[in-house]
Design a binder for this molecule. Structure first.
Ligand SMILES: *Cc1c(COP(=O)(O)O)cnc(C)c1O
Length: 231
């Protein structure tokens, strides 16, 4: 068994155990294998053991991998420049990182050209970190009101990246905050906005994120090992 296979098995076991502990069904949880900097062979190993969704944070990597990696859904999870939307619009299943109106409008425009409707998540910077992208919690409702009429995008939920913490208990509060916003949006009954996906939790904190309601987790290091950015 390869280390990738073992790691995936371990992550699945932990998803399962976390869910059992709190009475959730582990089938609710979508595992996205984060494949940034990971080469084709290793990605294909993961797909070979049942990974159906991969996450990338660079447009360039999506373009390069799209033709050589098949039978998997691509997710855009990183900061997306408006002028690069056109390169990935026909390649991605879900864009997790929508954080401004100009980006939502560009996705809408490009999706319309392709006669598609693109699913998106709104990225929220719940911890208000200066170094991170995402809307402030206080901006989310106003943002949804402004983009809700765009006919070629469909808002499907929220995403956040928690600050890194040695002890994941320290970021539990941020997951709780995002879940609260998620539930509050549901009560507003925006006609075209569905709060279905809550994308939160990475290698270090996905157990806590699941406990707080995540149904999409994004795991890179825990599957492929430490990333080498110099290759
Ligand atoms: C890199 C990345 C991840 C995965 O991080 P790990 O700690 O390696 O699991 C998840 N989400 C986003 C947005 C990322 O950029």
């Amino acid at each position: 068994m390869s280390y990738i296979e073992k790691n995936i098995e371990e992550v699945r076991k932990e998803i399962h155990e976390t869910c059992s502990k709190i009475g959730r069904n582990s089938e609710e949880i979508q595992l996205i294998a984060v494949t940034k900097t990971v080469d084709y062979e290793r990605i294909n190993k993961a797909i070979g053991v049942g990974i159906q969704n991969i996450g990338e944070n660079k447009v360039q990597e999506i373009i390069q991998k799209y033709d050589v990696v098949s039978n998997v859904n691509f997710h855009m999870i990183g900061h997306l420049q408006t002028n690069k939307v056109k390169y990935i619009i026909d390649k991605v299943k879900l864009i997790h990182s929508v954080d401004r109106r100009s980006l939502a409008e560009e996705i809408n425009k490009r999706a319309k050209k392709h006669e598609k409707i693109i699913d998106i998540l709104v990225q929220v910077n719940v911890a208000n970190e200066e170094t991170k992208f995402g809307l402030a919690s206080s901006e989310v409702f106003d943002f949804l009101e402004k983009i809700q009429s765009l006919q070629h995008i469909r808002v499907k939920g929220l995403m956040t990246i928690a600050p890194y913490a040695e002890n994941p208990e320290e970021v539990r509060k941020y997951f709780k905050m995002l879940k609260e916003i998620f539930e509050e949006i549901k009560t507003k009954k925006f006609p075209r906005i569905e709060m279905k996906y809550l994308s939160m939790g990475m290698t270090n904190d996905f157990r806590v994120a699941i406990e707080e309601g995540a149904n999409i987790i994004r795991v890179g290091t825990g599957i492929f090992g430490r990333r080498n950015y110099n290759q």
